[in-house]
Design a protein around this ligand. Structure first.
Ligand code: HEC
Ligand code: HEC
Length: 208
């Protein structure tokens, strides 16, 4: 009998990793199979890729909300109740490598007058282009190029300030990413309401 006990203890450790914080490597297959099929650079949702930890970091709250609400994976509203779904939610909530500070320098501490389109573009991409880009529902109002953004600077700022955009996230204006985008829209080095190229009177939906 004494031979069994080490086996049992190994078995117990394997089966009940109590309070163990998951790592990306623990859930990568789940993300790849259930999300990356669409959320990839060459997939239908290329503006919001989840192909690596770097791409996921900072978006975990959005991912968590979308999964918990049953919105994602698209067409699979019961995913959050499955074992894989629960494991993914656990990682998105408590993941050890997600709680480490992001490697990217924080734009929120930067003077908005010094911000440039190049710096905020990734934020606009993942938060706005999911709808406002060619082939997406709001293709008629693209927010892709600097010219697009200069034209819409004031209406975009207002839409954020009034918590109209993104329609799926009414808390965006008070989030770090929302505040960075708003700061840039209003004061940014290459886009400002006072810019002569900025035409506030265009109606939404006209082509760029
Ligand atoms: C079948 C394709 C598909 C799969 C699979 C999929 N998504 Fe999506 N996802 C989309 C599309 C399309 C959008 C764009 C918004 C829309 O059209 O509703 C989107 C949008 C999102 C958004 C942005 C929503 C917001 O309001 O912030 C998040 C976050 C997201 N998906 C997370 C996930 C996660 C996490 C998974 C895997 C568990 C996943 N998605 C799987 C197609 C998919
Ligand atoms: C889930 C899809 C979706 C996302 C994400 C989204 N929008 Fe929109 N946006 C819409 C729709 C639909 C409309 C048109 C209907 C409306 O005005 O409510 C719109 C309209 C707008 C308008 C015109 C509104 C006006 O009053 O003239 C602006 C500006 C805008 N969006 C900016 C943004 C910005 C900036 C972001 C990112 C921070 C964003 N949107 C994210 C769907 C989206």
């Amino acid at each position: 009998m004494w031979r069994i006990s080490p086996i049992i203890s190994v078995f117990l450790c394997w089966s009940f990793p109590v309070h163990a914080q998951l790592l990306y490597t623990d859930v990568k297959n789940i993300v790849d199979d259930n999300c990356v099929v669409c959320h990839a650079a060459d997939g239908p949702v290329s503006v919001l890729p989840f192909e690596s930890l770097t791409e996921i970091k900072g978006k975990q709250d959005r991912m968590k909300r979308a999964v918990a609400n049953g919105d994602m994976p698209m067409g699979n509203p019961d995913f959050s109740d499955s074992a894989e779904g629960k494991k993914l939610l656990d990682w998105l909530t408590n993941g050890k490598d997600l709680s480490e500070p992001s490697q990217q320098p924080s734009l929120i501490t930067k003077d908005p007058r010094l911000l440039t389109f190049a710096e905020v573009e990734p934020l606009i991409k993942s938060n706005c282009q999911i709808c406002h880009s060619p082939g997406r529902p709001m293709a008629s109002l693209p927010l892709v190029t600097l010219a697009n953004m200069r034209r819409r600077a004031k209406s975009a700022w207002n839409a954020l300030d009034e918590t109209k955009m993104p329609p799926t996230n009414r808390d965006f204006a008070s989030s770090v990413e929302g505040r960075v985008i708003m700061g840039w829209l209003r004061y940014g080095r290459d886009v400002t309401w006072r810019s002569p190229n900025n035409n506030d009177d265009r109606i939404p939906g006209d082509d760029d």
